[in-house]
Design a protein around this ligand. Sequence first.
Ligand SMILES: [Zn+2]
Length: 462
Amino acid sequence: MDIEFYGATDRVTGSCHLLRCNGHTVLLDCGLIQGSRASAELNRESFPFDAEKIDAVVLSHGHIDHSGRLPLLVSRGYRGDIHCQHATKDLVEILLKDSARLQQQDADYYNRKRKKKDESPRLPLYTEEHANGVFTGLKGHNYKNAFELLPGIEVCFYNAGHILGSAIVEIKLTEGDRQRTLVFSGDIGQYDTPIINDPYPIPHADLLLMESTYGNRIHRKREETVKELGEILAASAKDGGNVLIPAFSIGRSQELLYLLGEHYVDWDMENWQVYLDSPMAIAASKVYWDHPNLYDKEATKFRRDLLDMPTLKNLRLTTSVDESKAIARHKGGAIVIAGSGMCNGGRILHHLKNNLENANSHVIICGYQSPGTLGGRLVRGEEDIKIHGKWLKNNAKIHTVGGLSAHGDQVDLKRWMSGFKNKPELYVVHGNDDGKKGLLELARSSFNWEGNLAVAGQRVKI
Ligand SMILES: [Zn+2]
């Protein structure tokens, strides 16, 4: 039995690993490579395995860097099941449909350019039909409910505390009289994140495959972030303008709504009209509201007190384009949560266009902004901003609020690792160089635990 590292070894995205046991081959995650144009091109390369010969797929969670190449796997002949937690199954359907749409848009954009140069068109990476092929194979499971994936391979999902349905995957392997346990961390969330439970401690593994996104970093304290959000809303109320919050559809949007609901009284929320203006975030929120069994103690109590989620009386879910356009009539008093999270597309652009020149507007940036994106330019305080071909003076107040990451930081990762009673053979993936080295150093200094950097194409005996 062995594991071969294939994706997310020399970058953060594209999570994918191959497990072999008892003559079976199992794929752990099949994520999209994201980032620069050049790295995204890598998605088009052939898999270093035969998609038709994979026996099963196990998926840690819905994020596209873990699930986004599943339609490609289907298009290249995979017809088996894809096992994940129930909520992940629901989120994957939303995410992959959107991803297929974006792939088509991307292809259309390039084909217009290629046509001008008399070049032949190229196909999208995958289509909605391929994504539909994934949905028919999705099999949902409960946390802590071990099941036999294949003879000699037993899988159990535990809550990873990252987004709804996110899982740490424990795989018990039996080959002849050899029994081994592989644990794949997936993405580990922050402790005390609203709505979902903390990462579940795992006491034993023979081999641990561990993410290291923030292996070298410490987030700002959550209480400070929440306090700052309250202060920004108070200042915005005084100014009388609108508040725009670019947010990722899954996880961040729901967390923001939860925080606004939780602080309804102390943040004077009844003076605001809140809009969730993103069809994808609305669909994802419904998945969150449909899985109350996955809430932590506080969210369960909160839900009981308010009878149901969503928790905000003055929340409007604007699905249609007309409803979205109508938000523009607010010259003040509206909080608009819309995608995309980095302002490089989506409805947030219309809201920015309508509000940026107004000095009473506030923009709250609460997620990572890649330097090349519009969000990155806002964070840098650029005064002239171009949206949809039109230059605008950026007079709005831009606030960068840290601390709402869905990823655990060094302190969280250490806390989760301290749950092991033994020191499993450790392989670090899913981080940039500093993150991976930081996590290895953390394991060494905190637990006297020596780990390894996983190398692409490396095969390790379990
Ligand atoms: Zn993730």
